[in-house]
Design a protein around this ligand. Structure first.
Ligand SMILES: Cc1ncc(C[n+]2csc(CCOP(=O)(O)OP(=O)(O)O)c2C)c(N)n1
Ligand SMILES: [Mg+2]
Length: 577
């Protein structure tokens, strides 16, 4: 049998490293899926919702660095991919979407399920190709693959079923891939960086996800400059562990001495970060140097004294010998001590946790931190699970943290963890789920995890509400509205689906329950933990006017990274514990 366009397309994807495709089949995609079956090198993961598959692919692509395919069929099926593809765009995941398209003879006739892929995928995809003629195969598929990998992001190949079934143009069906490393900063920028740094008395470093490959170099520079090192949520896993200069995070999840350090240094060096919250970065008085391989990141969050294009690691290697060692470590010690002081405060609900009911989420996260493997992978839903993941879980050299941290979609933890589990079979994958997030997307595809016997550990922070939004509303002075819901017993739902289910209502059962969950290797586990719904917000008995003023002041303090004072205020003013 002659090769079809679909056969050749998969061969090209496989040549570029694609080994898995998540999605749902149907009409236009049927010839594509038949070719995938014949090919045999691509694992097709039949999910129950395309969005779940797309989020799984994002995690797999980011954690392995390899391209991953997703598919959905014409119109509605492809529409379900979009939230995951937007996440891929923001998280810079090489995800290649195969979108089933209407028959080529029906294009632009408002046919059943017809969707214009260019306008629809426009905001998400780095490249969209519509294969309306087999002769486009090499250029469209080659561009989609090369763009996804070289520019790190999602691309879309829209394929009408009749074109997928047509005879392929001559081979070879192979995509040659370029090396994607960026070099160090230009010499003139290195000189300017060294001059600014050498003139300064106090220096702080703020690092993001692109410090992943520059961990040693960042620590070495910080040591030489006596610089406190703060980090973003994504940068934390690379820069916090084994770092005597670590001072925590700034931003809404902030803790430690980071905010003070980066806002009070003479010079701030931002490394590989596009941290989006300008209000937490110095807007005046601090001379900020930003280094990033992507020029679009430079200067869009804080005014810069120096903007530098370059790979972080290569730039720091070149810069190291050009900067003079600082002797005075007062600035560093002040901020490290502040961080230590804060960390003690943070243990408050952890040490009291076994005796507080309803169960404190901080306690749940801290116990998980203790029990999880050294190379566990954690995934956090957007919502309060991000707070617990940021503050109570430690990420050593081998642990990983992942989430929808830039797109900030709900419900990513479970599919992310599933994708990671398929990519790293047997490694502990722990999804910290909101109950809103779990019911939004994870519950249906628990069935997929059961079918795959994927040992994903779901820990649901069951607060019967959209707590994060509840907090937002209170902070803005709104009366909380539209945030409550009623949950089933998720452990029973899980058992009915064929997963292991556990429910924890008593603080004394937290440790034993989590131990059981982590020990379960034969398929997914769902741990439904009934947690305090007022963990970070206010008890409802405070009158609204008091609540409004109090919450505003609490949020202001939290926003400037002073959570220790917030905790004190809670203790003293409300007697919550
Ligand atoms: C798809 C999507 N819808 C809505 C939001 C806005 N949002 C952010 S956090 C959140 C609440 C999440 O609730 P839950 O999963 O229960 O976690 P909790 O904060 O209660 O722990 C909402 C609605 C979002 N980020 N993404
Ligand atoms: Mg909730």
């Amino acid at each position: 049998m002659a090769k079809t366009v679909a056969d050749a397309l998969w061969e090209m994807l496989v040549s570029a490293g694609v080994r898995r495709c998540y999605g749902i089949v149907g009409d236009a995609l049927n010839p594509m899926i038949d070719a995938l079956r014949r090919n045999g090198s691509v694992d097709f993961v039949h999910v129950r919702h395309e969005e779940y598959g797309a989020f799984a692919a994002v995690a797999e692509a980011c954690l392995t660095g390899q391209p991953v395919a997703v598919c959905g069929t014409a119109g509605p099926g492809t529409v379900h991919l979009i939230n995951g593809l937007l996440d891929a765009r923001k998280e810079r995941a090489p995800v290649i979407a195969i979108a089933g398209d209407v028959e080529s003879s029906l294009i632009d006739s408002e046919a059943l399920e017809e969707l214009n892929p260019y306008t629809f995928f426009g905001p998400a995809a780095l490249y969209i190709g519509r294969l309306v003629n087999p002769t486009q195969l090499h250029s469209v598929v080659g561009t989609a693959v090369t763009t996804a990998i070289a520019e790190r992001g999602p691309t879309v190949i829209s394929v009408p079923g009749d074109v997928a079934s047509a005879d392929a143009p001559p081979g070879p069906y192979h995509v040659p891939l370029p090396a994607t490393s960026t070099g160090p900063a230009a010499g003139v920028d290195l000189d300017a960086m060294a001059a600014l740094i050498n003139q300064a008395t106090t220096i702080a470093i703020f690092g993001g996800d692109d410090c992943r490959d520059a961990q040693e170099e960042t620590r070495a520079l910080a040591g030489k400059l006596k610089a406190p090192v703060g980090y973003t949520f994504k940068g934390k896993q690379w820069l916090e562990h084994d770092n005597p200069n670590a001072v925590g995070m700034t931003g809404l999840l902030g803790y430690g001495g980071c905010w003070d350090a980066i806002n009070h240094a003479d010079v701030l060096i931002m490394l590989g970060t596009d941290f989006p919250f300008s209000e937490f970065l110095p807007q005046k008085d601090v001379k900020t140097i930003q280094v990033d391989r992507d020029p679009r990141h430079l200067g869009r969050r804080a005014p810069l004294a120096l903007s530098v294009v370059g790979d972080v690691k290569a730039t720091l290697v070149a810069l190291g010998p050009m900067v003079e060692e600082k002797r005075d470590d007062k600035f560093l010690l002040t901020h490290v001590q502040k961080t230590e002081h804060f960390n003690k405060k943070l243990r408050h609900y952890v040490t009291k946790g076994p005796r507080i009911k309803p169960i404190r989420p901080e306690y749940v996260a801290a116990v998980l931190d203790e029990l999880a493997d050294d190379d566990a992978m954690f995934f956090a839903d957007t919502g309060t699970p991000c707070i617990w993941a940021a503050r109570h879980i430690h990420y050593g050299a081998e642990r990983r943290l992942f989430g929808s941290f830039t797109w900030a979609s709900m419900a990513s933890a479970s599919p992310n963890a599933f994708g990671a589990q398929l990519a790293f079979p047997g490694r502990q994958t722990i999804a910290l789920c909101g109950d809103g997030g779990f019911t939004m997307l994870a519950m249906g595809d628990l069935l997929t995890e059961v079918q795959r016997r994927a040992p994903v550990v779901h820990v649901i922070f069951d607060n019967q509400m959209l707590d994060f939004v509840n907090i937002e509303q209170q902070e803005a002075g709104f009366v909380p509205f539209g945030t409550d819901f009623v949950n089933p017993d998720f452990s029973k739902v899980a058992e009915a689906c064929g997963a292991r289910g556990l429910r924890i209502e008593e603080p004394g059962d937290v440790r034993g329950g989590l131990q059981k969950a982590l020990a379960h290797k034969d398929g997914p586990v769902v741990v439904d933990v009934l947690v305090d719904r007022y963990a970070l917000s206010l008890p409802s008995h405070v009158p609204f006017e008091t609540l409004k003023g109090f919450t505003l002041s609490m949020s202001k303090q939290a926003l400037s990274g002073r959570m220790d004072e917030v905790i004190e205020t809670l203790e003293h003013n409300i007697g919550l514990v």
